[in-house]
Design a protein around this ligand. Structure first.
Ligand code: NAD
Length: 492
């Protein structure tokens, strides 16, 4: 892997020249300069990738291998990721702008773990059988119902730019472990580590056509979604794109999983361990510069401790080391693109024009001067219906709202069209249980930020998504329950 950055589609087990001469520029967020000129896979390349996946699904060995044999291959891919961890992490840091320590120690490590986890999960996933009987019109029949779980066929996996390698493997793991083949489309803003997965797959001797990677813009994604030979789409991205993916998949009635955006509240009660809460809240919103679907972007804090808590939070922010993502000591890098930084700026400007107060940040830093940096920002004194409170910013902006009563906190938390995650900070177990029960989010973390057991359901309620990932939830999505009913007895 110590060579030129690969920028071509990976189809049928090798890197290929795309059928169309189109390219797009992949920009490095820390410098604002061109990092790579990447092939923009058009309809013909997409069709070739789908045909390769179809052939591998219908005629290749992969779906017919035992789960154990498939697991061996996925574990070899995990070995390959670990072997190249530093290189992949550095590439991810350059492409996404996230600190290299986070890329290597979290995202790349998690990528290998995703594959190993689903390799094991698919092997231990037992399928169902039940005895029954049918007595009608004098018949006395006995049944053995066997529910098999064959793979669906060809999956399309479309992912965003914020954690490419982690999200690609989180989807690829169950898709491939269950015996499907797939076409992966990374985001045009950060496609490089997903393209590199092709080489890792080939080294691990994944049969040709099982994994295909098509870099490209939105059109590449919609060509995949609408193609009749794709059986299921696992999409991770924004709400608006999710809607068009669902509409595009409707024509051929594909199975769709949507992992979309969030506006997750951090509820801090006066009885909480405030120091721990301040550290958790800071991490929940400023890790990855706020560019995380589960970012805790709304702070709801009990009035009596609000000023003290905000002072602690400012102290946490003051300790963040902002700088070059390639420096191991950096905690906080640039945003993904100039356009995204402008979007973040516009949210802040609109809130300030409506009377919001900037407690910290609200601008780009003086150093580093290059690249798309934007300081960690806290906005206070907002109107509750302000766009900064209601819409996902997907950047380093925390909004503050105060409450006096538990009911008020729950009402504020639930006043959102999103329903991904919530974070509860309290030392009262009864309050934690009561509030967790009333929150309309799919996930609630109590006195912790985003700890993951990969068996548990990950996903969004309301407009944050459709379906769940993790453990058996992912394996159910990627398989088709199939009944085989066997009978014996008298039929009259
Ligand atoms: P996006 O919706 O703009 O793009 C996501 C992917 O979809 C990209 O690969 C893009 O090229 C592709 N795409 C764009 N238009 C398409 C179309 N019409 N048909 C098919 N594919 C199309 O999102 P983004 O800006 O890359 O990512 C940020 C969003 O992702 C945020 O909303 C964030 O919350 C969300 N996200 C969600 C999760 C989750 O697990 N819930 C995880 C990470 C990010």
């Amino acid at each position: 892997m110590e060579r030129q950055i690969e920028t071509r589609p990976f189809v049928g087990g090798r890197y290929v020249e795309p059928d169309e001469p189109r390219t797009f520029i992949d920009v490095e967020p820390a410098s604002g300069r061109e990092l790579a000129l990447v092939a923009n896979a058009g309809p013909k390349t997409v069709a070739h990738a789908i045909a390769a996946a179809r052939e591998a699904a219908d005629g290749g060995p992969w779906p017919r291998m035992s789960a154990e044999t498939r697991a061996n291959v996925l574990n070899r891919m995990a070995d390959g990721i670990e072997k190249h961890a530093r290189e992949l992490g550095t590439l991810e840091a350059r492409d996404v702008g996230k600190p290299v320590s986070e890329c290597v120690n979290h995202d790349v490590a998690r990528a290998a773990r995703n594959l190993r986890f689903f390799a094991a999960a698919a092997q231990s996933w037992t399928q169902e059988a039940s005895f029954g009987d049918a007595k009608f019109l004098g018949a006395d029949l006995h049944l053995l119902n066997v529910t098999a779980r064959p793979p669906l066929g060809v999956g399309a996996i479309i992912i965003p730019w914020n954690s490419p390698l982690m999200l690609a493997t989180w989807n690829l793991g169950p898709c491939l472990a269950a015996g499907n083949t797939c076409v992966l489309k990374p985001s045009e803003l950060a496609p490089l580590t997903c393209i590199a997965l092709g080489e890792i797959a080939a080294e691990a001797k994944l049969p040709p056509g099982v994994l295909n990677v098509v870099p490209g813009l939105a059109d590449t994604g919609s060509a995949l979604v609408t193609h009749p030979d794709v059986d299921a789409v696992a999409f991770t991205g924004g709400v608006a794109t999710g809607r068009s993916v669902m509409a595009g998949a409707a024509e051929s009635l594909k199975r769709v999983m949507l992992e979309l955006g969030g506006k997750s509240p951090n509820l801090v009660f006066a009885d909480a361990d405030l120091k721990r809460a301040a550290s958790g809240v800071a991490r929940s919103i400023f890790r990855s510069q706020g560019q995380s679907c589960v970012a805790g972007s709304r702070l709801l804090v009990e009035s009596q401790v609000a000023d003290r808590f905000l002072a602690m939070l400012l102290d946490e922010i003051g300790r963040l080391r902002i700088g070059d993502p390639l420096d191991d000591k950096t905690d906080y890098g640039p945003l993904i693109s100039a356009a995204h930084r402008e979007r973040v700026r516009s949210f802040v400007a609109e809130a300030v024009a409506a009377g919001a107060e900037i407690l910290t940040g609200g601008k780009a830093p003086e150093h580093p001067a290059e690249g798309f940096y934007y300081l960690p920002t806290i906005l206070d004194r907002l109107t509750p219906r302000s766009r900064a409170v209601c819409e996902e910013i997907f950047g380093p902006v925390l909004t503050v709202e105060r409450f006096d009563e538990e009911d008020e906190a729950v009402a504020l938390a639930n006043a959102s069209r999103y329903g991904l995650a919530a974070y509860l900070w309290t030392s009262k177990i009864e309050r934690a249980l009561r509030v967790a029960d009333r929150l309309k989010t799919a996930m609630v973390w109590v006195n912790s930020f985003f700890l993951r057991d990969l068996r548990t359901p990950f996903g969004g309620a309301r407009q944050s998504g459709l379906g769940r990932q993790g453990g058996r939830y992912s394996l159910e999505f990627w398989t088709e329950p199939k009944l085989v009913c066997m009978t014996w007895g008298e039929e009259k």
